[in-house]
Design a protein around this ligand. Structure first.
Ligand code: ARG
Ligand code: ZN
Length: 497
């Protein structure tokens, strides 16, 4: 089930044609989109953000969020005006200290006109003051701000930032963050990175979180509620901060039995992917009714439903794998989603093999064998799935199958060198599927266009002979379901909204 009422891509493309301002002589408006064909209006053109400083106050009783965002950026062109992506009500905007004009156009475009145009290459400080009830705001017919009985949660992909801070909302523009939120005493605030301090004054406690490594906007998260926070350090030395809503009911034990293994699993994944790329790790389980999990940077979001049928280390492995594949190395465009989901799924397969619940080869054979050639599963191209199928099971399962095919083609030495080398090659940056293919060709010394085309870019089931070439089982193996299968697939409850 798709939670969107209509496709943002199509709608945004239509409204963009109207929104692009005619550029008169000397007038240079920043583009209202960063240029992603899947989501033409997401992100913006003309500047590059280096830091977000969010100083907010939230009242759970009324869902009122108010505060100030200070954005440090640098212009990449002359700018008469520029956009931020945002949905909340703005009371004031300042650019380099001076009050600026602003309007809201389209569904999430805050258009800012500085008093004097900005020159290309100049540092710029943008201050946005705002106040709103985020749950009342929607774009394209949906909201991803979720109220809970004692607070709220912002965690979704690709849209989450609009409901709590103005941003250049696209993974291409990564930045560091300070997130400071005051809440009534007795309520906690969870966000990314490390908790710098928390202090109470006049009935309100302010939590200060810092993310000191570049982070994509959709990986910024905010949760407010009554949480039990646990801390520790992994054997490998990674500081761990986890948080559990005090309102998890029957799911509490299984949630803790899974998420408390974060340190052990981070260390285990480091063996495949290299050193953990951030200064802390952990996860949080709020009392939401949503069904999915999300790799929010350093502090993974888990819905309680992920633990409804018992502990689930597979989903923890998936989200932690994203810290390397997705977070440290982010996609260039949303069509590159396979690099995130294929590898996070493959990490679950490696964990399955480690646990003796089915080898990566058995899982790959099962994916290949259990979907007949006329199954719609094969019509989704993991290498370019379209916005509507961005999180289709095929991106995950066929995506991981493609990785096993790659491994069989190039051999384990090259394959594991790539698994570890890739996060280092592009640490804290962005890369595309084409970049990955070139990197794999360089490390393995083999041409891989045909293999990538067959397994990632054709809207059909690879033939038995292609499967044989990639050392996959040529015949249906649908009857041999690996023991881990259901747990692995349970993390797929991503379409539950
Ligand atoms: N990247 C997430 C995962 O780990 C998928 C989130 C999909 N978003 C959603 N609203 N269902 O699988
Ligand atoms: Zn994922």
């Amino acid at each position: 089930m798709h939670r969107r009422i209509f496709a943002p891509g199509a709608l945004a493309a239509a409204s963009l044609l109207l929104a692009v301002p005619a550029s008169a002589a000397g007038v240079t408006a920043g583009a209202p989109g960063i240029g992603d064909p899947y989501y033409p209006s997401y992100g913006n053109g003309g500047y590059d953000v280096s830091h977000y400083d969010l100083r907010l106050t939230y009242q759970p009783k009324t869902d009122e969020l108010e505060g100030t965002a200070t954005i440090e950026a640098r212009t990449t062109q002359d700018l008469s005006s520029f956009d931020l992506d945002f949905l909340l009500d703005v009371s004031e905007v300042r650019v380099n200290g001076a009050r600026a004009g602003f309007t809201t156009s389209d569904q999430h475009e805050l258009v800012i006109t500085p008093k004097t145009p900005l020159a290309k290459g100049a540092p710029v400080t943008v201050v946005v003051r705002y106040r709103a009830v985020p749950s009342t705001k929607s774009a394209y017919g949906f909201t991803t701000w979720h109220r809970t009985p004692d607070g709220a949660v912002a965690a979704d992909e690709p849209e989450a930032a609009w409901w709590w801070f103005p941003s250049n909302d696209h993974p291409l523009d990564k930045a560091t963050y300070d997130v400071s939120v005051a809440v009534p005493d007795g309520t906690q605030v969870i966000s990314n990175g490390t908790l710098q301090s928390a202090a109470s004054k006049l009935g309100w406690t302010r939590y200060n979180w810092r993310q000191n490594k570049p982070q994509a906007t959709y990986l910024a998260t905010l949760a407010i509620g009554r949480f039990d926070i646990t801390t520790g350090t992994s054997e490998g030395g990674v500081p761990i901060v986890n948080a559990y809503s005090k309102d998890l009911g029957d799911n509490d034990g299984a949630a803790r039995a899974s998420v408390e293994r974060t340190g052990e699993l981070v260390d285990w994944l480091s063996g495949y992917f290299g050193p953990y790329p951030f200064s802390s790790a952990g996860g949080y389980v709020p009392n939401t009714t949503t069904g999915f999990a999300l790799e929010t940077q350093t502090r993974v979001y888990y819905s309680p439903r992920q633990f409804a049928s018992g502990s689930n280390t597979s989903v923890v492995v998936h989200e932690l794998a994203h810290q390397w594949y997705g977070d440290a190395v982010s996609l260039k465009g949303w069509k590159d989603i396979w690099i995130n989901e294929g590898f996070a799924r493959y990490a679950q397969w490696l964990w399955s093999e480690h646990e003796g619940e089915g080898t990566t080869q058995a899982l790959a054979d099962y994916v290949y064998g259990s979907h007949p050639a006329d199954d719609a599963f094969w019509t989704v191209k993991p290498g370019d799935p379209s916005p509507d199928d961005q999180f289709d099971a095929a991106v995950y399962d066929r995506g991981a199958l493609a990785i096993q095919a790659l491994r069989n083609e190039i051999g384990d030495d090259a394959f594991f060198a790539i698994l570890k080398g890739w996060p280092k090659e592009h640490a804290y940056g962005n890369a595309s599927v084409a970049d990955f293919r070139r990197y794999a060709e360089q490390v393995s010394g083999k041409p891989l266009s045909a293999l990538f085309d067959t397994w990632l870019f054709q809207p059909s089931k690879p033939t038995a002979s292609a499967a044989r070439t990639a050392s996959l089982a040529p015949r249906a193996k649908a009857s041999v379901q690996p023991k881990s299968w259901r747990k692995v697939e349970a993390t797929n409850d991503v379409h539950g909204g």
